[in-house]
Each structure stands twice: as structure tokens, then as C-alpha cells.
Design a protein around this ligand. Sequence first.
Ligand code: SF4
Length: 470
Amino acid sequence: MCAIIGISGLDEAAVSVAVGLHALQHRGQEAAGIISFDGERLHEHRQTGLSGGIFTPAVLESLPGRAAIGHDRYSTSGVKQHDAVLQARDAQPMASFFAFGSLAIAHNGNLTNEKELRHGLMRAGHLFQSEVDTEVALKLIGSALGETLLDRMQTALLLLEGAYSLIMLTNRKLIGVRDPLGIRPLVLGRLNGAFVLSSETCALSALNATFVREVEPGEIVIVEDGDITSHRFTEVKPRRPCIFEYVYFSRPDSVSEEKDIYAVRKALGCELAKEAPADVDMIVPIPDSGNPAALGFSQQSGIPFELAIVRNHYVGRVFIQPTQQERGKNVALKLSPNERLLKGKSIVLVDDSLVRGTTAKRVITRLKEIGVREVHLRITSPPWRHGCYYGIDEADPQRRVAKPRTTQAEVEAYVREITGATSVAYLSLDGMYRAVYGTARNSACPQACDACFTGDFPTALTDTFAGRIH
Ligand code: SF4
């Protein structure tokens, strides 16, 4: 996860970047930062917490200039939330000085050869101030050989493995980079003549900016003096965007890879209603991320949709709470079933994914306490068997309910046992592909990264096979 945004050519650019970070807050809630450039020097502010609380008018006044980049942090490398001092240290964007002036960088994704690259740079004498892979990318670009920054990027980016969308800011340039397979998203927009780069289109909507296009996998876009140029650092390869962006990560009002996230989520529910119908009184989502899929399930099945569980919006997103205890506590605070609506009823309970079963177990236990007769749990993605090395941290893989060699039926039986659900069904891999792409998965040429479901990782995993991760 993580969110990145950059703007060039707009008065008080940092104010608009802060608005964009607020719209992208669902992608990371541990820390946020903005670096602006006022024509002479960089100004920066990074802090733990939510962007809305961090970027007060006084803070934004300290970030002058017509160009700025920002970042919402979700820790997938470096330290976790429980150490606030180190969290602040690892917050982004990061900046350094190099041969061509200042260079600031914000990153969404995860490098799968970060440890190897870091050790190489350290052996060559480089000092590091953080544990995050973004600093490795910054040092590689800054120290690569080349006459221009573009030359250096084209050299350094070839060394990176894994998933990365980058936004960079120099004294003159705003730069966007997307990894060769386009695993993480990055879009380009226009706002009153300015250029905007963002993780998702929902930030463009929040700014009233116009969507122009996706940054292409393997592309570098450079905004300079009000103009934009496009360059490549790899040959064109088949795209492998993260399929979980459609299921869970992206905001439902975003558009990604020309697909309307809301429509895809409804289609996921629709496919699941075909694959695993149930004769019940109502279809109920686990809000908010389960809402569109439950609506699709309802429309396909003809069974009424009810918002019978209320979400408290003032508690952090459960999936990205780092400890099991915090997650459990937050689920109880966050999701409240409506007893008057639910007592004595049978329901299909729709959620988008199930990794540890924390949320489903607590919700189903509470539903039974208030007298719900039957709870048929339906998950609009396949079992998460393999984890992710591209920017999604699932904490302890031992707690994952699905293991690489378990069948879908075995996982469903196990989840039924641990959650107390009347029945459990996951959407099949082909069902997920039908919802996203309109066709079943073509194993000869999968259209997306689906590695957490299939184990088919689209990049090398150098650090993993060196025994350094998990
Ligand atoms: Fe997305 Fe899963 Fe691939 Fe990670 S492994 S990038 S979560 S599809």
C-alpha cells in the first residue's frame, strides 16, 4: 500500500498535495509527509498520524512553492507502528543532495532485492538513515553514472526488483516512474494547467483535476517548465497490475487500468452469487469495503441488500493494524450489528478477503449473540495462500488461514470451524478474473499479479531466496 502524490505548476502546491493525501488515506495511516520546492530550496514536514491532523494551516504555510510531493505511509519495510520515533524516521518523502542539486522521493510498493542492494551500497561506503527500501532507490539513483538525471534513472531503475511507483522532485523537475510490470498504480492528471501524479484517480477527483492517463509500466514521465516528456527504462512487457487493488485496496470511486473499481466490486459479488448461492433473508456486507460486492450479490440473487452492520469511521482500518490484539480490539469498536434488523434472520455476510479471520470471527460471534439464525460467509476473492512481497504486509504469515497446499474446500471447512459460520465460500480464481477482465484466468498469460492467491510471482524474489524474508 502507501499513497503517493505530486503536483508541479500550481500556487501553494502543498495545500493541494495535502488534500490529495487525505483522499488517499485508505492506503496508509501510520505517517504522512510533504516536501515542497519554492524555487530555491526544499521544505519538508513528516510526522506519524493521519494527514488530516498533520497538515494544519501552520504546517502548510511552512511548505511554500509551486511544486510538492506527498506520501501516506503504510509500513511494509522498515519498522512497525509500535515504535513512533522510528516510524517518524522512516516516514516519506525522503530527500538528499546529489550532483544535480536536491532530490526528493516518495514510493509505493516494495523492492524484493532491497537487502541485497543495501548491502552492496553499504559495502561501497554509503551510509543509511532509515530502514526503508525507498532510501535504497534514492541512493542508487543519486550515485548512478550518467550525464543527466534521466541517464542515472535509466541505469539505476534497472537494478530494482519488485513493485514500485515513484514520484520524485528536483530543483526543476517533477518525475513519475512505474515499475516494468505496473504492479502498483500511478496516474497522471491536469489541474488548472498544473500536472498531477497520484496513486489513484480518487485524489484527482478530490482536487477537481482531470484524469489524463495511467503512467505506463516501465515509463518515466518528467514535468519541467510546464511541459511533460515520456521516456522508457525497459522494453514493453505484459502488464501485471495487482489484482487485489480491484478487490480491496483502491477506493471504489477510483478508476484503475481503465476499470471502474466500484463496478468491478459489484461484479465480484455477482460472480460469487452464481458460484455459491444461499437461501437467506438478506445480504449484509461487512462495511465499507464489502458494500459494493454485497450489492452485486443481492442484485444477482434477487435477495434484499441491507446495511445491517454499521461501521464507526473514527477507528483505523483493521487490515493494517500491526498487532493481533489491536486488530481484535478495533473490530469490536468498529463494527456494530443492528439487532432490530437482524434478530431471527438468516443472512449472507459478504467480505472482500479473509487473511487471518479476525474480523469475520468477531462479527459472526456478535451476530449469533444478537440472535441471527444463520450466517453464510461469502468472500469475494480466493484464499490468500502465499502472502505478498510487493507492498502488502500481512504481519505473521503463520496466522494466515490458507496455506499453499490446502484446497479451497479445506480452507472453507477450516474457516467455518474458526468463525462459527453456517457455511463459507470463497470466490474462485476464475470467478475473480471474470469479474475483473470478463474472462477466466489464462494461465499461459495472466493479466494481473495474482501471486498471493496462486504463488505465481511475476518478479524475482532475491531477498526471499537469500533467506532474508520470512
Ligand atoms: Fe497484489 Fe497479491 Fe500481487 Fe501482492 S501478491 S501485488 S496483493 S496480487
